[in-house]
Design a protein around this ligand. Structure first.
Ligand SMILES: [Fe+2]
Ligand SMILES: [Fe+2]
Length: 286
């Protein structure tokens, strides 16, 4: 089963692979690049570019699964490419942005929290894969929202490609979870709890550090201020259909039907939460 998943994934990756040479850089229209969006993209580029540290962690968690280690390496290479593409775009629309220097600042500021050797911080391999599904759900929705929001043609092209990659990553981790679930018997409620905790972790240091490293200049790092500046710009990009789709993907990863009546309630609640968060951040900024 896992062998089949690996072969399918690696061949799909080869079919869908795009490179920086496929991007129509000559169509760049810097005047169409919104400044707030440029700031968000710079932060996203740094987080994507750091994926190899997550691949190393996944290699330890899945130390007994050589096939998954191969997949994690390919996955990280795609994420790093996302970072390079976004970083290059940001440097072209803002020639003052030095991507390599921002990467160094980010790495000085942020390191992955120490984790137990050969064990997932989520308690099981299934839990780890649920957490990965949540991240890919978030990034798939995020880049879809940017592709729809921007009028800058190169950024739209890049974000459409990245969003498709992120959705493929989600499907991979979801599929790979099934044999682990059969063995580890992690309940739907446990998976939902892991998923909710992973969503709440997006408010931790990583994105705030990346936003500061990319945009903070000489100011000292202030986690709360950087997190609010990032969230105000990023959350405002979402439209209702992005949030509803993300909720459906999350429910599926937790083992619930996205079509049930209560799933509709969860979708409405999630959209309300995003709207009220954006409203609060805008009031604070004003
Ligand atoms: Fe990515
Ligand atoms: Fe991804």
């Amino acid at each position: 089963m896992r062998h089949r998943i690996t072969v399918t994934w690696l061949s799909k990756m080869a079919q869908n692979h795009w490179t920086l040479d496929d991007v129509p850089w000559d169509r760049l229209a810097p005047a169409e690049a919104d400044r707030d969006l440029v700031a968000v993209i710079k932060a996203a580029a740094l987080v994507e570019y750091n994926a190899e540290s997550y691949a190393a962690y996944l290699g330890r968690v899945f130390a007994d699964d050589r096939r998954f280690q191969d997949i994690a390496r390919e996955w990280a290479a795609e994420e790093v490419q996302h970072g390079v593409a976004l970083g290059r775009w940001a440097s072209l629309v803002d020639p003052g942005f030095d991507f390599d220097a921002a990467v160094r600042r980010f790495r000085d500021l942020y390191q992955l929290p120490p984790t137990p050797e050969r064990r997932s911080v989520r308690g099981s391999c299934s839990g780890e894969l649920v957490a990965r599904c949540m991240v890919e759900t978030g990034t798939s929705s995020f880049y879809s929202a940017i592709a729809e929001a921007t009028r800058e043609p190169v950024l739209r092209f890049v974000c459409q490609r990245i969003a498709a990659d992120e959705y493929r990553h989600y499907k991979l981790f979801l599929t790979y979870m099934k044999p682990y679930l059969d063995r580890e018997k992690v309940s739907r409620v446990e998976r939902a709890w892991i998923g909710v905790k992973r969503v709440l972790e997006t408010q931790d240091d990583e994105l705030a550090c990346a936003y500061h490293a990319a945009n903070g200049g000489a100011e000292p790092y202030d986690r709360k201020r950087a997190a609010q500046a990032y969230e105000r710009r990023a959350f405002g990009l979402y439209r209702r259909h992005h949030i509803e789709r993300a909720v459906g993907m999350a429910l599926k990863a937790w083992g619930f039907s996205p079509q049930s009546r209560w799933a509709g309630l969860v979708r409405r609640a999630a959209w309300w939460l995003v709207g009220s968060r954006v409203g609060r951040l805008e009031r604070q900024a004003a």
